[in-house]
Design a protein around this ligand. Structure first.
Ligand SMILES: Cc1cc2nc3c(=O)[nH]c(=O)nc-3n(C[C@H](O)[C@H](O)[C@H](O)COP(=O)(O)O)c2cc1C
Length: 305
């Protein structure tokens, strides 16, 4: 039997497959398609302190090998989540990571304080949403602000802290170093790349928000490069995300340096993606003669490296 367990800091996962924020809700709709106790973990839709209606529609558009979204963090707010969703998620039998976004420092810290008292396994600080005007990506594009926020969050919670980084920066490794200096337990990369789609006849952007975040297979080579680059820059674990569609993609991310991965757009294309991908990993491990999946992590041999 292949050993699929992985560790991200102090948290052990039954396998490296985690559902990515915003593409799995709180698991309610997805449990119809698969046994969620078999996947490594679920990262919740991004939560804010107060409820958000999100951006005006249209807010998704298909692109070559990917999609754009400008959902804008539509969510019921932390209080409603704690009252109505947390106990459901906690009973699913997999690891639960809660993704949070704030308009400012204090909002992030207040959410961390409230989540500290719950049974969740980790907090993912979304420092990377390209679809909201305030906080978030503004903080995530500035290493000093990342370090300050992570260090402040570290003071108010004992939960493992994962910093989710934006690829819309010159050097993602600098942002990851800042998160590490602030005391993050792991970095998660990447969130979506800022993009645009245009309706030629209307001469208008397809998305009502004008721009949106690009995800799916189109961004995989960028995400892989960023994971490989960041792996050489920091000592804390990396959770790799971006365009993963199958088991082979997962192992490529692990070779580049990821301890675990998150699956986003693939679940929108194929709701059973997470469960299918776990099976594919097992099959490939057998072919490769590898008994522990964690043995793939960080084994990339760069040419002239
Ligand atoms: C419709 C949609 C909504 C998303 N919402 C969030 C969110 O609330 N918080 C977050 O950190 N990332 C969010 N993301 C980004 C994904 O978690 C992931 O980082 C990104 O899509 C790249 O992975 P993928 O190519 O596998 O989708 C969203 C992505 C999509 C497609």
């Amino acid at each position: 039997m292949a050993d699929l367990t992985v560790r991200v800091g102090n948290v052990q996962f039954a396998n490296p497959v985690i559902a990515a924020s915003g593409t799995f809700g709180f698991g309610r709709e997805m449990r119809v398609f698969q046994d969620l106790s078999r996947i490594g973990g679920i990262c919740s839709k991004g939560l804010t302190l107060l409820p958000r209606a999100g951006n005006a529609t249209p807010r998704v558009a298909e692109t070559a090998s990917g999609m754009l979204n400008s959902v804008g963090l539509q969510n019921p707010g932390l209080q409603s989540f704690l009252a109505n969703e947390l106990s459901f998620m906690a009973a699913l039998g997999c690891r639960i990571i809660i993704n949070i976004a704030g308009n400012d420092h204090e909002e992030y810290l207040e959410m961390c304080r409230q989540l500290d008292a719950t049974s969740i396994d980790a907090i993912e600080l979304n420092l990377s949403c390209p679809n909201v005007r305030e906080g978030c990506m503004l903080i995530g594009s500035n290493p000093q602000m990342i370090e300050k926020l992570v260090a402040a969050a570290r003071q108010v919670t004992r939960k493992p802290l994962w910093a989710k980084l934006t690829p819309n920066v010159t050097s993602i490794a600098d942002m990851a170093r800042a998160a590490e200096s602030g005391g993050a337990d792991a970095v998660v990369l990447i969130n979506t790349l800022l993009g645009m789609a245009i309706d030629r006849k209307l001469r208008r952007p397809l998305l009502r928000n004008n721009t949106g975040g690009l995800s799916g297979p189109a961004i995989k080579p960028i995400a892989l490069r960023m994971v490989a680059e960041t792996y050489r820059a920091i000592g804390i674990p990396i959770v790799g995300v971006g365009g993963i569609m199958d088991g082979n993609d997962v192992l490529e991310f692990m070779i580049a340096g990821a301890a675990a991965v998150e699956i986003g757009t693939a679940s929108l294309v194929r709701p059973t993606a997470c469960q299918d991908i776990i099976r594919e990993i097992e099959t490939i491990m057998e072919l490769d003669g590898v008994s522990e999946v964690s043995q793939y992590t960080g084994t990339l041999a760069l040419w002239n490296g």
